[in-house]
Design a binder for this molecule. Structure first.
Ligand code: AMP
Ligand code: ZN
Length: 115
């Protein structure tokens, strides 16, 4: 069994505040929120980042923008605006090496490319 943190969250071995789940995707609250709305959307299957997608995980990940748009509505930031981003690798500041997308909103987010 993988010791990866987000694999363990996907297997419900570590608690998380889940806001969306389907067969292949999970979304939950970031534990250290950088904005009033800060969610993480992950494929349940493990891959480190966008360079490591298998066809199956790519098919799941392709639905993440749609899930993010639904979550933006659900969390009240569709009108005010929101950001969806994925950090890949050290220079991008990736700290958890299981592919994930941050959904941020609820305040002006500052620079267009950085948190
Ligand atoms: P990144 O720096 O892009 O790899 O993002 C990893 C994110 O995971 C950070 O925003 C962390 O706050 C978040 N995080 C770390 N541990 C947990 C956890 N147990 N539950 C929810 N979010 C977490
Ligand atoms: Zn993992």
């Amino acid at each position: 069994m993988s010791e990866c943190l987000f694999c363990r969250i996907a297997r419900k071995e570590i608690p998380a505040a889940v806001v969306y789940e389907d067969d292949t995707l999970l979304a939950f609250q970031d534990i250290f929120p950088q904005a009033p709305v800060h969610l993480l959307i992950i494929p349940k299957a493990h891959c480190e980042g966008l360079a490591d997608l298998t066809p199956e995980i790519a098919a799941a990940a392709a639905r993440i923008p749609q899930v993010a748009a639904k979550l933006a509505v659900d969390h009240g930031v569709q009108a005010s605006g929101w950001r969806l981003l994925s950090n890949n690798g050290a220079d991008a500041g990736q700290t958890v090496f299981h592919l994930h997308f941050h959904l941020l909103g609820g305040k002006p987010l500052g620079g267009k490319l950085c948190l």
